[in-house]
Design a protein around this ligand. Structure first.
Ligand code: 13P
Length: 235
Protein backbone atom coordinates (compact mmCIF):
# COMPACT_ATOMS: atom_id res chain seq x y z
CA UNK A 1 0.00 0.00 0.00
CA UNK A 2 2.04 2.94 -1.26
CA UNK A 3 -0.75 5.49 -1.11
CA UNK A 4 -0.97 7.55 2.09
CA UNK A 5 -4.49 7.97 3.47
CA UNK A 6 -5.81 11.50 2.90
CA UNK A 7 -8.75 13.29 4.50
CA UNK A 8 -9.91 16.70 3.36
CA UNK A 9 -12.45 18.82 5.21
CA UNK A 10 -14.46 21.12 2.99
CA UNK A 11 -16.00 23.78 5.21
CA UNK A 12 -17.88 25.30 2.23
CA UNK A 13 -19.53 28.62 3.20
CA UNK A 14 -19.56 27.95 6.94
CA UNK A 15 -17.84 29.37 9.95
CA UNK A 16 -16.89 32.54 11.73
CA UNK A 17 -13.89 33.19 13.95
CA UNK A 18 -15.66 31.80 16.99
CA UNK A 19 -16.68 28.49 15.40
CA UNK A 20 -13.39 28.18 13.50
CA UNK A 21 -11.51 28.50 16.80
CA UNK A 22 -13.45 25.47 18.04
CA UNK A 23 -12.49 23.43 14.96
CA UNK A 24 -8.86 24.47 15.42
CA UNK A 25 -9.06 23.35 19.06
CA UNK A 26 -10.30 19.84 18.25
CA UNK A 27 -7.78 19.46 15.43
CA UNK A 28 -4.97 20.54 17.78
CA UNK A 29 -6.20 18.17 20.48
CA UNK A 30 -6.53 15.25 18.04
CA UNK A 31 -4.71 13.01 18.31
CA UNK A 32 -4.49 12.73 14.50
CA UNK A 33 -3.18 9.62 12.78
CA UNK A 34 0.35 10.55 11.61
CA UNK A 35 -0.19 8.23 8.63
CA UNK A 36 -2.94 10.47 7.24
CA UNK A 37 -2.55 13.71 5.28
CA UNK A 38 -5.11 16.23 6.54
CA UNK A 39 -6.16 19.34 4.61
CA UNK A 40 -9.03 21.70 5.42
CA UNK A 41 -10.72 23.81 2.73
CA UNK A 42 -11.61 27.10 4.36
CA UNK A 43 -13.58 30.11 3.11
CA UNK A 44 -11.22 32.62 1.48
CA UNK A 45 -11.51 35.39 4.11
CA UNK A 46 -10.17 32.99 6.74
CA UNK A 47 -7.24 31.47 4.83
CA UNK A 48 -4.57 33.41 6.68
CA UNK A 49 -6.41 33.24 10.00
CA UNK A 50 -6.48 29.45 9.78
CA UNK A 51 -2.95 29.02 8.44
CA UNK A 52 -1.55 31.06 11.33
CA UNK A 53 -3.42 29.04 13.95
CA UNK A 54 -3.53 25.45 12.71
CA UNK A 55 -0.63 23.09 13.41
CA UNK A 56 1.80 22.46 10.56
CA UNK A 57 0.50 18.91 10.03
CA UNK A 58 -2.90 20.26 8.95
CA UNK A 59 -2.80 21.70 5.43
CA UNK A 60 -5.02 24.59 4.40
CA UNK A 61 -6.80 24.78 1.03
CA UNK A 62 -8.76 27.50 -0.69
CA UNK A 63 -12.08 26.30 -2.12
CA UNK A 64 -11.50 27.61 -5.64
CA UNK A 65 -9.15 29.86 -7.56
CA UNK A 66 -9.24 31.84 -10.76
CA UNK A 67 -7.37 31.01 -13.95
CA UNK A 68 -5.55 34.30 -14.45
CA UNK A 69 -2.60 35.64 -12.46
CA UNK A 70 -4.31 38.90 -11.53
CA UNK A 71 -6.58 41.54 -12.92
CA UNK A 72 -10.11 42.84 -13.02
CA UNK A 73 -11.99 39.78 -11.79
CA UNK A 74 -14.31 40.93 -9.03
CA UNK A 75 -14.78 38.35 -6.32
CA UNK A 76 -12.16 35.90 -7.64
CA UNK A 77 -9.02 34.81 -5.85
CA UNK A 78 -5.63 34.16 -7.42
CA UNK A 79 -3.34 31.15 -6.99
CA UNK A 80 -0.58 33.53 -5.89
CA UNK A 81 -2.81 35.01 -3.18
CA UNK A 82 -3.46 31.55 -1.74
CA UNK A 83 0.27 30.85 -1.61
CA UNK A 84 0.95 34.31 -0.21
CA UNK A 85 -1.36 33.43 2.70
CA UNK A 86 0.86 30.41 3.39
CA UNK A 87 -1.54 27.84 1.91
CA UNK A 88 -0.49 25.12 -0.51
CA UNK A 89 -3.76 23.61 -1.68
CA UNK A 90 -6.88 24.41 -3.65
CA UNK A 91 -10.09 22.44 -4.14
CA UNK A 92 -11.32 22.89 -7.72
CA UNK A 93 -14.90 22.38 -8.70
CA UNK A 94 -15.88 22.05 -12.27
CA UNK A 95 -13.68 19.72 -14.23
CA UNK A 96 -13.95 21.70 -17.40
CA UNK A 97 -12.68 24.92 -15.89
CA UNK A 98 -9.22 25.76 -17.08
CA UNK A 99 -7.97 26.61 -13.59
CA UNK A 100 -6.58 23.08 -13.18
CA UNK A 101 -3.65 23.86 -15.45
CA UNK A 102 -3.24 27.34 -14.08
CA UNK A 103 -3.26 26.34 -10.41
CA UNK A 104 -0.68 23.59 -11.07
CA UNK A 105 1.56 25.90 -13.10
CA UNK A 106 1.48 28.26 -10.15
CA UNK A 107 2.74 25.66 -7.74
CA UNK A 108 -0.43 24.71 -5.87
CA UNK A 109 -1.53 21.19 -4.97
CA UNK A 110 -5.03 20.55 -6.30
CA UNK A 111 -8.09 18.53 -5.32
CA UNK A 112 -10.32 18.44 -8.41
CA UNK A 113 -13.80 17.00 -7.86
CA UNK A 114 -15.82 14.84 -10.23
CA UNK A 115 -19.08 12.90 -9.93
CA UNK A 116 -22.37 12.02 -11.57
CA UNK A 117 -25.88 13.28 -10.88
CA UNK A 118 -28.63 10.93 -9.71
CA UNK A 119 -30.35 10.78 -13.09
CA UNK A 120 -27.03 9.91 -14.72
CA UNK A 121 -26.43 7.04 -12.26
CA UNK A 122 -29.97 5.77 -12.78
CA UNK A 123 -29.45 5.85 -16.53
CA UNK A 124 -26.33 3.70 -16.14
CA UNK A 125 -24.09 6.58 -17.20
CA UNK A 126 -21.91 6.91 -14.08
CA UNK A 127 -18.68 5.81 -15.74
CA UNK A 128 -19.30 7.68 -18.97
CA UNK A 129 -19.90 10.94 -17.07
CA UNK A 130 -16.97 10.50 -14.67
CA UNK A 131 -14.53 9.50 -17.43
CA UNK A 132 -15.49 12.61 -19.43
CA UNK A 133 -14.88 14.83 -16.39
CA UNK A 134 -11.64 13.03 -15.57
CA UNK A 135 -10.42 13.42 -19.15
CA UNK A 136 -11.01 17.17 -18.96
CA UNK A 137 -8.80 17.23 -15.86
CA UNK A 138 -6.18 14.80 -17.18
CA UNK A 139 -5.74 16.90 -20.33
CA UNK A 140 -4.61 19.80 -18.13
CA UNK A 141 -2.44 18.02 -15.58
CA UNK A 142 1.30 18.37 -15.91
CA UNK A 143 2.39 17.01 -12.53
CA UNK A 144 0.24 14.23 -11.03
CA UNK A 145 2.22 14.23 -7.79
CA UNK A 146 0.40 17.43 -6.85
CA UNK A 147 -3.08 16.06 -7.56
CA UNK A 148 -5.49 14.29 -5.19
CA UNK A 149 -8.71 13.36 -7.01
CA UNK A 150 -12.09 13.46 -5.29
CA UNK A 151 -15.01 11.35 -6.48
CA UNK A 152 -18.15 13.03 -5.19
CA UNK A 153 -21.42 11.67 -6.57
CA UNK A 154 -23.65 14.75 -6.67
CA UNK A 155 -26.61 12.85 -5.19
CA UNK A 156 -24.59 12.03 -2.07
CA UNK A 157 -23.41 15.57 -1.30
CA UNK A 158 -25.10 17.06 1.73
CA UNK A 159 -28.01 14.64 1.44
CA UNK A 160 -27.13 12.11 4.13
CA UNK A 161 -27.28 9.50 1.36
CA UNK A 162 -23.78 8.02 1.22
CA UNK A 163 -22.76 5.77 -1.64
CA UNK A 164 -22.41 2.24 -0.31
CA UNK A 165 -18.80 1.08 0.02
CA UNK A 166 -19.51 -1.27 -2.92
CA UNK A 167 -20.83 1.55 -5.13
CA UNK A 168 -17.91 3.83 -4.25
CA UNK A 169 -15.29 1.10 -4.65
CA UNK A 170 -16.72 0.12 -8.05
CA UNK A 171 -16.42 3.68 -9.36
CA UNK A 172 -12.99 4.25 -7.78
CA UNK A 173 -11.69 1.06 -9.40
CA UNK A 174 -13.11 2.15 -12.77
CA UNK A 175 -11.41 5.55 -12.42
CA UNK A 176 -8.11 3.91 -11.61
CA UNK A 177 -8.46 1.61 -14.63
CA UNK A 178 -9.20 4.61 -16.85
CA UNK A 179 -6.08 6.34 -15.52
CA UNK A 180 -3.99 3.25 -16.13
CA UNK A 181 -5.15 3.02 -19.74
CA UNK A 182 -5.24 6.71 -20.57
CA UNK A 183 -2.48 8.28 -18.48
CA UNK A 184 -0.10 5.62 -17.16
CA UNK A 185 -0.06 2.59 -14.85
CA UNK A 186 2.27 4.53 -12.49
CA UNK A 187 -0.14 7.46 -12.15
CA UNK A 188 -3.03 5.03 -11.63
CA UNK A 189 -1.10 3.22 -8.91
CA UNK A 190 0.04 6.34 -7.06
CA UNK A 191 -2.86 8.79 -7.37
CA UNK A 192 -4.99 9.09 -4.25
CA UNK A 193 -8.72 8.99 -4.97
CA UNK A 194 -10.96 10.33 -2.20
CA UNK A 195 -14.63 9.59 -1.75
CA UNK A 196 -16.89 12.54 -0.87
CA UNK A 197 -20.60 12.66 -0.09
CA UNK A 198 -22.16 12.39 3.37
CA UNK A 199 -19.08 10.86 4.98
CA UNK A 200 -19.51 10.63 8.76
CA UNK A 201 -17.83 8.96 11.72
CA UNK A 202 -20.41 6.18 11.33
CA UNK A 203 -19.57 5.20 7.75
CA UNK A 204 -15.91 6.27 7.29
CA UNK A 205 -14.31 3.02 8.43
CA UNK A 206 -16.20 0.81 5.95
CA UNK A 207 -15.31 3.19 3.13
CA UNK A 208 -11.65 3.32 4.21
CA UNK A 209 -11.39 -0.47 3.97
CA UNK A 210 -12.04 -0.46 0.21
CA UNK A 211 -8.93 -1.11 -1.86
CA UNK A 212 -9.29 1.91 -4.14
CA UNK A 213 -10.59 4.44 -1.61
CA UNK A 214 -7.62 6.39 -0.28
CA UNK A 215 -9.42 8.81 2.01
CA UNK A 216 -12.36 11.16 2.06
CA UNK A 217 -13.42 14.71 1.30
CA UNK A 218 -15.79 15.69 4.05
CA UNK A 219 -18.31 18.53 4.11
CA UNK A 220 -20.72 18.80 7.04
CA UNK A 221 -18.90 16.42 9.37
CA UNK A 222 -15.60 18.31 8.97
CA UNK A 223 -17.09 21.11 11.08
CA UNK A 224 -17.65 18.79 14.04
CA UNK A 225 -15.32 16.97 16.45
CA UNK A 226 -16.21 13.67 14.73
CA UNK A 227 -13.88 14.88 11.94
CA UNK A 228 -11.00 13.55 14.07
CA UNK A 229 -12.54 10.06 13.91
CA UNK A 230 -12.84 10.38 10.13
CA UNK A 231 -9.17 11.38 9.87
CA UNK A 232 -8.25 8.29 11.90
CA UNK A 233 -10.55 5.95 9.92
CA UNK A 234 -7.78 3.82 8.48
CA UNK A 235 -6.05 3.15 11.82
P1 13P B 1 -21.02 16.40 2.75
O1 13P B 1 -19.96 15.60 3.48
O2 13P B 1 -21.62 17.49 3.59
O3 13P B 1 -22.01 15.53 2.07
O4 13P B 1 -20.23 17.18 1.58
C1 13P B 1 -19.39 16.47 0.76
C2 13P B 1 -18.63 17.43 -0.07
O5 13P B 1 -19.16 18.05 -0.98
C3 13P B 1 -17.20 17.64 0.24
O6 13P B 1 -16.56 18.45 -0.72
Amino acid sequence: MGRKFFVGGNWKMNGDKESIDKIIDFLKAGPLDPNCDVVVGVPAPYLMYCRERLPENVGVAAQNCHKAAKGAFTGEIAAAMIKDCGCKWVILGHSERRNVAFALENGLHIIPCIGEKLEEREAGKTEEVCFKQLKAIADKVSDWSRVVLAYEPVWAIGTGKTATPEQAQETHAALRKWLSENVSPEVAENLRILYGGSVTAANCKELAKCADIDGSLVGGASLKPEFVEIINASQ
